[in-house]
Write a protein of this length. Structure first.
Length: 319
């Protein structure tokens, strides 16, 4: 935010040479989604899958988005503003499709996720989820093709060509976990890795222009390679040693933490950063966002998620 668009005025100069690689977390997030969503879709139905995704996304989103909007009103200052119409559009979770700016910048990845959900939904509708390997191969081939040939917007909008290798890699690792390794899945996994490396090479120039700094392609490739290694270890059930209650506690707060952290963090930086040391300010933000995420998980997700699921199931029986 400081490097690209002046959203906070605080600079963490001693740490920025490392922190600038934090965007790679998005790629890891998409790999996790590829693994988890395919697991969710197994032995599911279109209605059951849809209900599970709605109840997973909306309750926490409505609350976190409302908290962010209220925080903007209270302490947004000159850098941030929100309107009632923008807030109402954002309740849909897909406001950017209507040309309305997201209240928080991180929401762009939700649209990517929803497009991936739509792909899985269609596979369930046509009862071909068991042919997922062939779909993944076609998706990977179409994504690579789109890098060299112009496709209609109606196709590229849903193709997710910049994110597909990560979803595909996660899905492949789930299939390895479920069915074991075979030559088809091996080719898919290697293909997604090579395509991901290609995308990183093309991405470096855009990143350096946006953030006005240099990126080390070797570090980016190493990061992606580590992600693939971690998922292969997961696929072969080699990570039981870190399967601890503490890790679960961290995992359950990731969605509300993701929804809350960006603009609220920036606004707290701007509010107290001129009176507190920058590292104390950072620690304060981490504590506030983490504690808020815990509350939202236990008081919103665990309470209202099941209620919404029961309500939707009564309207659309999950067959």
């Amino acid at each position: 935010g400081f490097a690209a668009n002046d959203m906070p005025y605080l600079s963490f100069a001693p740490f920025d040479s490392v922190a600038k690689y934090g965007f790679m977390g998005v790629e890891l997030f998409f790999m996790i989604s590829g693994f988890v969503i395919l697991f969710t879709a197994q032995n599911s139905s279109p209605s059951k899958f849809t209900i599970s995704r709605i109840t997973r996304l909306y309750p926490a989103f409505w609350v976190c988005m409302s908290i962010t909007a209220l925080t903007i009103v209270l302490i947004g200052g000159e850098r941030y503003d929100v309107s009632l119409s923008q807030y109402l559009y954002n309740l849909s979770l897909i406001s950017s499709i209507f040309g309305v700016e997201d209240i928080d910048g991180v929401y762009w990845t939700i649209i990517v996720e929803i497009k991936f959900y739509l792909m899985i939904f269609l596979l369930l509708c046509f009862k071909v989820i068991d042919k997922i390997k062939f779909f993944l191969l076609a998706w990977l081939a179409a994504s690579v093709f789109s890098q060299f040939f112009t496709l209609p917007y109606s196709i590229t909008f849903f193709l997710l060509a910049e994110s597909s290798p990560y979803f595909i890699a996660g899905a492949c690792c789930y299939l390895i976990r479920k069915e074991g390794l075979d030559w088809f899945t091996s080719i898919l996994l290697v293909g997604s890795y090579l395509y991901a490396i290609y995308l990183l090479g093309a991405q470096v120039t855009a990143l350096e222009k946006q953030y006005q700094t240099e990126y080390n392609l070797g570090i980016l490739i190493s990061s992606i390679s580590i992600f693939y290694i971690i998922f292969l270890l997961l696929a072969f059930d080699k990570l039981q040693s870190i399967n601890k209650p503490f890790m679960l506690s961290l995992g359950i707060i990731t969605y509300p933490l993701y929804l809350l952290h960006q603009k609220i963090g920036y606004m707290i930086f701007n509010l107290v950063g001129h009176t507190l040391p920058v590292w104390i300010t950072l620690l304060l933000v981490i504590c506030i966002i983490t504690f808020s995420s815990l509350i939202i998980h236990y008081k919103v997700e665990k309470v209202y998620g099941p209620k919404l699921k029961n309500f939707l199931s009564s309207l659309i029986p999950a067959k």
